[in-house]
Write a protein that binds this ligand. Structure first.
Ligand code: F6P
Length: 372
């Protein structure tokens, strides 16, 4: 068996806090095995460009990376299996990726990403490329693992904003709708909503009914316009809605009709629609805010630093043991969880969603375990 001497690492899809700590963990543990690591820029795009230069990573150059948010290697949503050629046609360019991996003398590649980026890694693995996956997405919706890098930091960020939004909502007595990320899964909406004290939480897994929302608002806030002077009940309400949530019989709300190379439209706008409906159908004033990218911004939380370095180190061990075609997986609650390797194909065609029967109260639109 030829020895593993030099590997590449790339980060793809939406950036997430925890990626840089993962690269640090990878480089440190790889150096224990005498394996060199190079960083490939901008996800899969870095392996399609006519040999974009790769960055040599060593213990000294990544020493401070555990404190950095985003990804210092850059990212893209490039899909080599559906990528534009020079003539602008969408074609399968995966053979170029394989050629470039060889041209860079990489014995293996560690791929940090979500469903799409790891999906590409899984398909390349079937073509014989030596890959190891590291799971990341603030949505925490990847199959095969209980933790994905970025979730905890996003949870911290969103909780903080929900908390801050109460100041104005409470002072003015309005309904504050907060739209958070979460395309298929409502983990971030549900957890941040509970931690931030939201009154209603709407998730993609369970289509909501407008009438039910109005009913809950009336119950909390009372029915009359004089309610702002009624000190015996709350004056305001906070509703957290995941961007992928939709009304019963309604459609996903998208920013426009463009799709990325993986076929995803950019979601956004359900919060504003909901606020408008509340204003027109109830006596309450309502505002909406969509949190957008700042929710995954800033420095990684302690959990994402620890989990990132643990995931990276485990990936290096997998490479050294030639356990390819695998993804690092966590079982249990981070960071006191058990790490193992699962088949990287686990991520294909499956999503880890909120278990509605166990955790979501479909009457109260809240976490089942908590009485609001
Ligand atoms: O997949 C992670 C995610 O944060 C989703 O929740 C969201 O729909 C998407 O990325 C946003 O995509 P972009 O960062 O390309 O705007």
């Amino acid at each position: 068996m030829p020895e593993i001497k030099r590997i590449g690492v790339l980060t793809g899809g939406g950036d997430a806090p925890g990626l840089n700590p993962a690269i640090k963990g990878l480089v440190y543990r790889a150096s224990d095995y005498g394996i060199d690591v190079v960083g490939v820029y901008d996800g899969w795009r870095g392996l399609l460009d006519p040999l974009a230069e790769a960055l040599t990573l060593d213990r000294e150059s990544v020493r401070r990376w555990d404190r950095d948010g985003g990804t210092n290697l850059g990212s893209s949503r490039t899909n080599p299996f559906k990528s534009r050629n020079e003539e602008g046609e969408q074609v399968d360019r995966s053979a170029e990726v394989i050629t470039n991996i060889e041209a860079l003398s990489l014995d293996a590649i560690v791929v940090c990403g979500g469903e799409d980026t790891l999906g590409v890694a899984a398909k390349l693995s079937e073509k014989g490329v030596a890959v190891v996956g590291v799971p990341k997405t603030i949505d925490k919706d990847l199959a095969g693992t209980d933790y994905t890098l970025g979730f905890d930091t996003a949870l911290r960020n969103v909780t903080e904003i929900i908390e801050r939004s109460r100041t104005s909502a409470g002072s003015h007595g309005w309904v504050q709708v907060i739209e958070v990320m979460g395309r298929h899964a409502g983990h971030l909406a549900l957890w941040s909503g509970v931690a931030g004290g939201a009154h209603l939480i709407l998730i993609p897994e369970h289509p909501f009914r407008y009438e039910k929302i109005y009913h809950h608002l009336r119950e909390r806030l009372g029915d009359t316009r004089a309610r702002v002077r009624d000190r015996s009940r709350p004056r305001y309400s906070v509703i957290v809605v995941a961007e992928g949530a939709h009304a019963e019989g309604g459609e996903l709300v998208t920013v426009d009709d463009r799709h990325d190379a993986f076929g995803h439209a950019r979601l956004g706008g359900i919060g504003e629609i909901l606020a408008r409906r509340i204003k027109s159908e109830t006596p309450y004033d309502a505002r909406s805010v969509s949190l957008g990218h700042p929710q995954r911004g800033g420095t990684p939380s302690p959990i994402d630093r620890i989990m990132g370095m643990m995931f990276g180190a485990r990936a290096a061990e997998a490479v050294a043991a030639r356990e390819f075609g695998k993804m690092v997986s966590a079982r249990g609650v981070a960071p006191a969880c058990k790490l193992s390797l699962v088949e990287i194909t686990t991520v294909l065609g499956k999503i880890n969603m909120v278990n509605v029967a166990h955790h979501y109260d479909t009457e109260r639109y809240h976490m089942k375990e908590i009485g609001m």
